[in-house]
Write a protein that binds this ligand. Structure first.
Ligand code: NAD
Length: 495
């Protein structure tokens, strides 16, 4: 039976969130005893004091993670056994979906509907998919002559650090935990300080599924403390980071200043949504345009906020997108009818509002949106038109519900505007001409191009960015596991 807002409020009343760090299979206070406070951004209510891990706690977690890796309790376990454990974990996440989704919604202001989907459907599918890969990864044999046998084998890299953002807290953590555990690494996760609760709860579900103590450790803390300590640690072998480009650059430096650990970067974006002149403006296109921008309140790395529209279609497009955007329901994240919840923090709301002011100052025309004055950090979905590519709102990642319509005169201009950004994460393209679609997709420097619909692909397709949107690493697909593997050659002389 479909649950109501009252049902979710009742689940919220019964929650007993974990606030301590999870190290070596136990919830524990930090060595310093420090904590930081956690609030519900939609109601501004205090939730709890969270363990504020720093370098000492990272040292403690790394020591045990290394010990377990060397003991082989997980790294040397037959892959079919790792598979069984991760399949159990997928089931446990499914069983606890309501609880986890409510927890995530309270922690972030995300809508319950999105949380249920990300946690109940997507996250278990990730555990399942990487579990199933665990015992299907084969090595290679080099083409040698008869006097040698050259084996090319993959080994787990050792300890993986996972640094995750707040916009999809549970799912982003799972994007990294599932492939790294599947290949046998020990893992240390630092959730974002704005959204630590569901990752902390996941730890005990993983333990219940059979992940050995010390193999998965969750260390909440600030970026400058726990995050930096992970980045600079000499005994962490790889860090997979999802977050802003600015902090991504820091991880490259941390690595250079320490043990040259591998760094995988999934960073920000400013993605285009191109409607070429032969496209038909219909309900489907408008729905994709609206969702590409306002899904998760625009707090999405692949949000298509640069909507580049062929001039002859602009008038119709603008009228229809505004009509659709008016219909978004904003409000209580625990209400299943809500489509857009709260921004993550009051400070983030202020940043987004500053961009809206800037858009107005720089001459873009605001058609709808702006502040929503009520308790919590709400912003109405905002639409600007007459946006030109030199404007701040066309170039900088706003990470909030601010869409800009950019009229262009030709496909060549559409492509030129789409390419003219520092980022390269995603693009959507609408056209009826398959040749034009393929040529344009090839010419767009970004990690995912989605044609005649907005999509990030799915679990089977790699996700990551060109240019300042990422490094060569990818999350998702079989590519994700490469982040957590080393390649070894074993050369055997045959006599
Ligand atoms: P952020 O970079 O501020 O924080 C991300 C993580 O890094 C957090 O855990 C944070 O505590 C940590 N951190 C912050 N400062 C640090 C420091 N000095 N040293 C070490 N760690 C530090 O990003 P955010 O605001 O949490 O997330 C939003 C950003 O994430 C956006 O730019 C968005 O585009 C990006 N993002 C990218 C993807 C992707 O797959 N490409 C997915 C989601 C979000």
């Amino acid at each position: 039976m479909t649950k109501t807002k009252t049902d979710y409020e009742q689940i919220a009343q019964q929650l007993k969130p974990r606030f301590q760090a999870f190290i070596d299979g136990k919830y524990c206070d930090t060595i310093s005893g420090e904590t930081f406070s956690c609030h519900n951004p939609a109601t501004e209510e205090f939730i709890g004091d969270i363990a504020h891990c720093d370098a000492a706690d990272v040292d403690k977690a790394v020591a045990v993670a290394r010990k377990r890796f060397e003991q082989g309790v997980w790294s040397q376990r037959p892959p079919e056994e790792r598979k069984e454990v991760l399949l159990k974990l997928a089931d446990l996440v499914r069983k606890h979906t309501d609880e986890l989704a409510v927890l995530e919604s309270l922690d972030t202001g995300k809508t319950i509907t999105d949380c249920l989907h990300e946690i109940g459907t997507e996250a278990p599918a990730f555990f399942q998919w990487y579990a199933e890969l665990a015992d299907k990864a084969f090595g290679k044999i080099a083409p040698t002559g008869p006097d040698a046998l050259g084996l090319i084998v993959k080994e787990p890299v050792g300890i993986a650090g996972a640094i995750v953002p707040w916009n999809f807290p549970f799912l982003m953590a799972v994007w990294k935990i599932a492939p790294s555990l599947a290949v046998g690494c020990s893992v240390i996760v630092k959730p974002a300080e704005q959204s630590p609760l569901t990752a902390l709860r996941l730890a005990e579900l993983a333990q219940q599924a059979g992940v050995p103590d010390g193999v998965l450790n969750i260390l909440p803390g600030m970026g400058e403390t726990a995050g930096q300590a992970i980045g600079r640690h000499n005994d962490i072998d790889v860090v997979s980071f999802t977050g802003s480009t600015e902090v991504g650059r820091m991880f490259m430096r941390y690595s250079g200043d320490s043990n040259l650990k591998g760094i995988g970067l999934e960073l920000g974006g400013k993605s285009p949504f191109l409607v070429l002149e032969d496209a038909t403006i219909n309900d489907d296109l408008i729905e994709h345009a609206a969702m590409s921008a306002f899904w998760n309140g625009g707090q999405n790395c692949s949000a298509n906020m640069r909507q580049i529209i062929a001039a002859p279609l602009v008038e119709e497009y603008t009228a229809r997108i505004c009509e659709r955007v008016q219909k978004f329901t904003l409000g209580d994240p625990l209400d299943p009818n809500t489509e857009i919840g709260s921004m993550i923090t009051p400070e983030h709301k202020q940043n987004v509002m500053n961009y809206i002011h800037k858009g107005n100052q720089e001459g873009a025309k605001m058609l709808m949106g702006g502040d929503l004055e009520r308790t919590g950090s709400y912003i109405k979905p905002t639409v600007f038109t007459d946006v030109t590519n030199n404007m701040t709102i066309a170039q900088e990642e706003i990470f909030g519900p601010v869409l800009g319509i950019m009229p262009v005169q030709s496909t060549a201009e559409a492509l030129q505007v789409a390419r003219d950004t520092d980022y390269g994460l995603h693009a959507t393209l609408f056209t009826q001409d398959i040749n034009r679609a393929i040529k344009t997709a090839r010419a767009l420097p970004c990690g995912t191009v989605s044609i005649n619909g907005f999509s990030e692909g799915d679990i089977k397709t790699p996700f990551g960015g060109y240019k300042l949107s990422g490094s060569l690493s990818r999350d998702n697909g079989t590519e994700a596991i490469e982040q957590y593997l080393q390649t070894k050659t074993i050369w055997i002389n045959v006599q």
